[in-house]
Ligand binder design. Sequence first.
Ligand SMILES: NC(=O)c1ccc[n+]([C@@H]2O[C@H](COP(=O)([O-])OP(=O)(O)OC[C@H]3O[C@@H](n4cnc5c(N)ncnc54)[C@H](OP(=O)(O)O)[C@@H]3O)[C@@H](O)[C@H]2O)c1
Length: 326
Amino acid sequence: MKAAVYYETGPPDVFRYEEVPDPTPGATEILVDVEAISIEGGDTLNRWQGQLTRVPHVVGYQCAGAVLAVGPEVTSFAPGDRVVTVGLDGSHAERRVVDQSLAWLVPDALTTVDAACVPVAFGTADDCLFEFGRLAAGETALVHAGAGGVGIAAIQMAKRAGARVLATASSDERLERLHPLGLDERINYAQHDFVAEVRRITGGNGADVVVDSVGGSTLQGSIDALAYRGRCVTGGDAGRAAAENLDVSKMRPANQTLSGYFLGAELLLRPSRVHPMIGRLLSEVARGELEVVVDRTYPLAAAAEAHAYVESRKAVGRVVLLPKAT
Ligand SMILES: NC(=O)c1ccc[n+]([C@@H]2O[C@H](COP(=O)([O-])OP(=O)(O)OC[C@H]3O[C@@H](n4cnc5c(N)ncnc54)[C@H](OP(=O)(O)O)[C@@H]3O)[C@@H](O)[C@H]2O)c1
């Protein structure tokens, strides 16, 4: 099969488009003919400085396509099923193998491209807001990186839960695109101090829940922007800097919470909760209750160009790779 591979981590031009051996499914695994690959924020971070599981390495968490073959102990899927899959690597290829526990049937009404964008972003947003953030109707949610994949999912979910939704992004143009999805108040953090903006917008109260997928110095601001009893969920390092010397001293008197979040751990350790939750989200997207925003698509052979576009921070929503496009 063809795959977008790299031999060492680094900028987007480390990608090579090469022939690699087809993966073969183990006893409980499925082999998928990949039709759409969502470039996740974590894919660009892994390409930049993640671990190589083998050389050449095939990066990528998430893709969708049709089941080609199943292992002898697979009970949930059959050849021909349309599925979306997640895994620690291997999505940037024409074929992909995952355990059946990391795949979902794609509802008939959902395109394969849209399905490829759902589990990680929407599952993460749902868990950060509700399972760990305990967001309730009437509260205020602050969503960082609002124009990213997780951010766009979180804005929609927070809005439909009855929250007032604030989001940050690096430009007014990006924020403008988010209002139809449920954004109430936009914060251009390149022009304004976002903590002061949250205080101003909330009349001094702060945000009840913060979904922070940016990390670094932003995380301190997220803590500082919390309301009394506020919950900050740290889910990512999109800013590509470690959060150092965090000052949590004001959290105790304000009965605030800081939670870490990793979807992969929940999929591994709490599958009976998370797998159906992601299945529900796929159905909600299929029914039009939630929206996938795809900024643009590229052939898989152009993975370097596609990753560079994601990193240009011009994309609003997902950039999708298509192995069958030329
Ligand atoms: N914990 C988990 O289980 C989990 C699950 C999914 C994702 N994540 C993490 O969450 C983060 C966001 O994921 P995503 O899929 O939403 O990413 P994405 O779609 O690629 O969006 C990332 C956003 O981060 C913002 N950003 C801020 N500082 C940046 C920088 N220095 N370089 C590039 N972008 C920067 C950009 O928006 P602006 O330019 O508007 O700021 C960009 O739109 C990633 O770190 C990812 O690894 C974690």
